[in-house]
Design a protein around this ligand. Structure first.
Ligand SMILES: *Cc1c(COP(=O)(O)O)cnc(C)c1O
Length: 437
């Protein structure tokens, strides 16, 4: 399998090169040259396969011959060594819980897969790889955990001081070993700007082998298909495929679902659930794509004003608006609706949503409301992208109760934070990176 750049100016590359580079030299996102189609029998017999076998069948064509089969199977087994349960909430709507991994958010899957692929690719290199990443919250924890103790890889995470939740901060700052956290006196945009400057600085990149672990990397994007198929396995009504609703920010997650669908996975419809950052919902209404500055909401992992993976969604549909519309709808949900949804679902069904899952639930309800007469028997599920405890400050004020703390977080709360404080100043970052060499 080869990957081309969506900007069309850079040469095609293998999965290995796309993983190491992250972005193409022409700043485009990599896209697979062809979408593999899985045989119908695979979907009909999906309950006969193990999770590992499903994941292997899905990803093997994308990896091609860049990783031998036994290594790839090991990487997969380590990536998905936790549960992905589909929990029925109210008969019509279920929740695919993607928060059972080590950092309690769906990003664990992509980060664990990518870190292990990169670890395999750099094995035996004499030069260390430095993964540089800016985070507004969940990415940092998942990347830190995924790359922890991976040989030959150093990870440097920039996060905005005082602007991530306390659980998120502990997940970034307590690992040690090959993981360093830089606490930036500034905003997430400042962090991102500093990282961008580092990648563009040839006096740095000739000395250091720098790479990024953000969500445009194909090795983070593609394995997200796995759990759509794990959900299909658990979907009881095989004659009526599910409507799938994905809380979306940079649109990497939903784009993986659309890819699985293109490979043959039966799905009735996709919903992209957004918060007040309604760029895609507006696009689906008007056909006009107007990126904006992100506004802050209580589902902060989706506060994105120019979703980086949306170009991949468009590419998948050959930029044909009408064929995209047949498969995808999108809704914007306000913070007030999000809070009300957390409260209602908890009161009525005793199921506790996090703010991102609640945006998904509210959007799926809107969709079912809109199609009620024509397809009343259809059901669906949301992707519950994070554990409610990660956002306990929001959730507890809505339900007026404490959120039970899972044991993995319990031990985290007693650990000591280690960060290096830094101003939002690129020269400081550069000196820091060079001194680590
Ligand atoms: C990152 C994140 C999202 C958004 O996912 P995208 O792939 O960027 O659309 C949604 N929910 C949570 C909890 C996240 O951490």
């Amino acid at each position: 399998m080869r990957y081309y750049s969506l900007n069309q100016q850079s040469p095609k590359v293998s999965f290995k090169e796309a993983t190491i580079q992250g972005q193409a030299p022409d700043k485009g996102l990599y896209f697979p040259e062809e979408i593999p189609v899985l045989p119908e029998a695979f979907f009909e017999k999906i309950n006969e396969y193990s999770k590992e076998e499903i994941a292997y069948k899905v990803i093997a064509p994308y990896v091609g011959n860049t990783i031998p089969e036994n290594e790839l199977r090991r990487i997969i087994a380590e990536t998905i060594n936790f549960d992905f349960p589909l929990i029925n909430i109210n008969g019509q709507i279920s929740s695919l819980e993607l928060f059972q991994g080590p950092t309690l958010a769906f990003k664990d899957v992509g980060a664990r897969f990518m870190s292990r692929c990169l670890g395999y690719f750099v094995k035996g290199n004499d030069k260390k790889v430095t993964v540089l990443v800016a985070t507004s919250g969940d990415t940092g924890g998942a990347v830190a955990n995924g790359f922890y103790d991976v040989d030959g890889v150093d990870v440097v995470i920039l996060y905005p001081s005082g602007k991530v939740s306390s659980v998120q901060e502990l997940q970034l700052t307590t690992l040690g070993k090959n993981i360093s956290a830089l606490e930036i006196n500034g905003t997430f945009d400042d962090c991102q700007q500093m990282v961008k400057q580092a990648f563009a600085d040839s006096s740095l990149t000739t000395n250091l082998f720098l790479t990024s672990a953000n969500s445009i990397n194909v090795a983070r994007w593609l394995p997200q298909q796995f759990y759509y198929l794990f959900a299909l396995q658990q979907w009881a009504d095989k004659n009526n495929p599910p409507v799938i609703c994905v809380p979306s920010g940079n649109f990497g997650n939903i784009c993986a679902g659309l890819l699985a669908h293109r490979s043959g996975m039966p799905v009735s419809h996709f919903i992209a659930a957004c918060n007040a950052n309604a760029i895609v919902p507006e696009f689906m209404q008007t056909g006009e794509y107007n990126p904006k500055k992100a506004v802050a909401t209580i589902s902060n992992a989706m506060d994105v004003g120019n979703p980086s993976n949306f170009v991949r969604v468009l590419e998948l549909f050959h930029k044909e608006f009408n064929s995209l519309k047949n498969v995808l709808s999108s809704y914007s949900i306000s913070d007030e609706e999000t809070r009300r949804t957390i409260s209602d679902v908890y009161t009525k069904y005793h199921y506790l949503l996090d703010p991102h899952g609640a945006v998904g639930y509210a959007a799926l309800q809107k969709y079912f409301g809109a199609i009620q007469n024509s397809l009343s028997r259809v059901g669906g599920f949301i992707l519950e992208t994070a554990h409610p405890v990660k956002f306990y400050d929001v959730v507890e004020t809505v339900i007026h109760q404490k959120v039970p703390v899972p044991s993995s977080i319990e031990s985290l709360l007693h650990k000591e934070k280690h960060s290096t404080k830094m101003n939002a100043d690129y020269t400081q970052l550069k000196d820091y990176l060079l001194s680590k060499k």
